[in-house]
Design a protein around this ligand. Structure first.
Ligand SMILES: Nc1ncnc2c1ncn2[C@@H]1O[C@H](COP(=O)(O)OP(=O)(O)OP(=O)(O)O)[C@@H](O)[C@H]1O
Ligand SMILES: [Mg+2]
Length: 330
């Protein structure tokens, strides 16, 4: 009995979704060729992107009045197939999710198999804790399963080292030259540049047809932290960081790519109990990351990774050593 009821509801929802024909941004009343061009230049190239935007964003991007902006958004919202999907559909999509190996079995197990595709994983910790090492390892290890898998490496601190990739490739039994060929590195010189590079990742996938499996941003926050100093600039910094995270999330979910970002920590001088550190970027980074890993130095040169936040896994802690060949479980 219950099942038929469920099925009926599902059918009705599906009918509703299919009723509306697909609409492009040029179909929105008030959007002429010039406005459409501005919208596309501002990254609003789909009806969905307009439907989920705010009037403020629209006036800025398209140069229209707020009233027009509201109408555009309203229209976009009404014409959207605002997709509710069944849990089964979500489950089917979850089956596409791949787990990328960190090189440590214990670390992978803690993450439910490895770093997930389709979402953002944030790794934060003090200097030398191993965030960049894990980034290098992900770029190498994806090629164990698929020799054509590509890693995109947005390097903001000039810490990408091809020599280290060679060493880790040897450790993984892979051909270092081939591995290096499949890593696309870009140095980001400031936060705007970094944001632009993250927007260009889509081109690598769509236009160049690269089989991108992981996008690394190391470090996510260093430029933002250096450029926006003082309380007065905090709101602007957070806004930009938010936009950046959204770009990364969109790439992750649209193309089933893993996004791995690193983040520094700052001292919280007012903490008396627990860990006196907090990651940079606060809520913005935390809430936009699906998985959060805290790395720290352990005893005798070991490293400790802690899973701090995950939608479906228990918190956990693992211990390993960083060696020439990769990560070694303790
Ligand atoms: N070839 C290697 N063999 C063994 N250990 C290595 C090797 N290269 C790096 N390491 C270890 O990794 C550490 C550096 O870690 P990493 O650069 O990943 O830190 P990080 O968390 O990115 O720091 P930062 O915040 O400064 O960017 C070194 O201190 C060393 O312990
Ligand atoms: Mg680093």
């Amino acid at each position: 009995m219950e099942e038929t009821m469920e099925e009926r509801v599902e059918e009705q929802v599906e009918e509703k979704i299919e009723e509306k024909p697909n609409v492009g941004i040029e179909d929105i009343p008030g959007v002429g060729a010039a406005t459409a061009e501005k919208l596309i230049a501002g990254g609003y190239d789909t009806v969905l992107s307009i439907a989920v935007s705010s009037p403020g964003e629209m006036t800025e991007a398209a140069g229209v009045t707020e009233t027009v902006a509201r109408k555009m958004i309203q229209f976009a919202r009404e014409s959207m197939n605002m997709g509710f999907e069944s849990g089964q559909d979500v489950m089917k999509r979850r089956e596409q999710v791949k787990k990328l190996s960190t090189g440590s079995e214990a670390f992978n197990t803690m993450l439910g198999g490895g770093v997930e595709t389709g979402c953002v994983t944030e790794c934060y910790g003090e200097f030398g804790s191993g965030k960049t090492q894990v980034a290098h390892l992900l770029a190498v290890n994806i090629q164990k399963e698929d020799p054509n898998a590509v890693a995109v490496y947005i390097d903001t601190e000039n810490t990408f080292r091809p020599e280290r990739i060679r060493e880790l490739s040897d450790g993984a039994g892979l051909d270092a030259d081939q591995v290096l060929g499949n890593i696309k590195v870009a140095r980001a010189y400031n936060s705007d540049h970094q944001m632009l590079l993250s927007e260009k990742v889509e081109d690598l996938i769509k236009k160049q047809g690269l089989n991108v499996k992981v996008v690394i941003v190391d470090s996510l926050t260093a430029h933002f932290r250096a450029e926006f100093i003082g309380r007065g600039t905090l709101a602007e910094r957070q806004q930009k960081l938010n936009r950046h995270m959204h770009t990364l999330m969109k790439v992750a979910s649209t193309y089933n790519v893993a996004v791995y970002v690193t983040n520094q920590v700052m001292a919280k001088p007012d903490t008396f109990f627990g860990d006196p550190t907090a990651s940079i970027g606060g809520h913005i980074v935390g809430h936009n990351s699906t998985f959060r890993i805290y790395l720290r130095k352990g005893r005798k040169g070991s490293r400790v990774a802690k899973l701090v936040d995950s939608p479906n896994l228990p918190e956990g802690e693992v211990n390993f050593m960083v060696t020439a060949a990769g990560l070694q479980d303790l």
